[in-house]
Design a protein around this ligand. Structure first.
Ligand code: AHR
Length: 347
């Protein structure tokens, strides 16, 4: 392609850091992070250069959830040579320092575009300043960053996390009313995602704002489950030891909800009945859980950003303007519509 990155891609391939569509490994077993190596790559001929593909470096958060796996797959199946792209994929294993290293590697390789799904919102000024100085556009996907200079990124595409949090509690209000429990005092615990991540910040804000509007709600405790099933289960076990009267669990993603459900079952309680489960993401397994009667609701967070980012890149390639902030439409699914919706789900 235009830059010497294409020369370096052959080396990247040899290092096993690239994943393409056809031969892509499952997302959960993404290739080792390029950030692990700071060694300068030696020039080598690459198919990518011959084909003149657009080279995209994707600094992914990790593989912590079903949502993340679907998101990785969306990029790996979109940014393929057949569509005119070469993808350099980096799994940061939920560590910001790995993402910073990955971005520096992308800059050194002179990629055409950098896509960043930031682990947390803060701490990006320096490295994105370096990308800007190198003239590489940065597209933020999924999560936002907190910077005073918004020229450090070209645009952002993702879900409205505050609205998702509000929608979760709006659903709870309606559900409790339908159950004739709207005048009952309701004890809530919340499993938060990675502290400082947009999805955690937004959902916490949306949920807490809505809970405060109703004096019957009492938020007993909130704690991070790091968006993982294992940690979600662990934290829920500790909540169940500390409180014997939990009415509602708000888990900020489906995987933590699955962990919480296991913890609730282990103490002989019935999830979905004794304890209402409010969750986020609406991944395939969440629909199965709702159909089984365990999870009550999952607020959708759509991970299929690959084609959206490709559309942005195509516009930029043509010199067209792109909207700075692009929200994705998202819905709410519960036990009343899960079975009907399941066959339509793409992730
Ligand atoms: O940023 C999106 C969140 O990150 C998803 O809700 C969660 O599952 C993922 O890890």
């Amino acid at each position: 392609m235009r830059k010497i990155v294409s020369l370096l891609l052959g080396v990247a391939l040899a290092a096993g850091m690239m994943t393409g569509c056809g031969s892509a490994a499952p997302a959960s077993s993404a290739a080792p992070a390029s950030s692990d190596s700071n060694a300068p790559a030696a020039p080598a001929a690459s198919a990518a250069e011959e084909k003149g593909t657009i080279v995209v470096g994707y600094a992914q958060v990790g593989a912590e959830s079903d949502w993340r796996t679907a998101n990785t797959k969306s990029f790996q199946t979109t940014f393929v040579p057949e569509n005119g792209y070469t993808l350099i994929f980096d799994d940061a294993q939920q560590k910001q320092e790995n993402q910073i290293k990955a971005i520096r590697n992308f800059i050194a390789q002179e990629v055409d575009y950098i896509v960043l799904a930031p682990v947390v919102e803060t701490g990006w000024e320096t490295v994105l300043g370096e990308a800007k100085a190198a003239g590489i556009p940065v597209i933020l996907s999924d999560r936002m960053i907190d910077v005073s200079d918004d020229t450090l990124y070209t645009c952002w595409v993702g879900g409205n996390f505050i609205k998702e949090g509000e929608d979760g509690v709006k659903w709870l209000n309606d559900y409790l009313k339908a159950q004739g429990r709207d005048n009952e005092d309701i004890n809530v615990v919340m499993l938060q995602g990675t502290i400082g991540a947009s999805a955690e910040i937004g959902r916490t804000e949306g949920v807490e704002k809505m809970l405060k509007e109703n004096p019957h709600y009492k938020l007993l405790e909130k704690q991070t489950g790091e968006f993982t099933q294992t940690k979600g289960q662990e934290v829920m076990e500790s909540f169940l030891k500390a409180y014997d009267d939990i009415d509602v669990v708000i888990a900020q993603n489906d995987n933590m909800a699955f962990g919480a459900i296991d913890a609730i079952k282990a103490v002989g309680k019935v999830p979905g009945k004794d304890v209402i489960i409010v969750s986020f993401d609406a991944v395939h397994a969440a629909f199965e859980s709702m159909i089984a009667g365990d999870m009550n609701v999952s607020v959708e967070c759509n991970p299929l950003h690959g084609p959206r980012v490709a559309e942005i890149i195509q516009k930029l390639e043509k010199g067209e303007a792109v909207e700075k902030i692009q929200y994705v439409d998202e819905k709410v699914y519960d036990q009343t519509n899960a079975e009907k919706e399941l066959p339509n789900r793409l992730y």
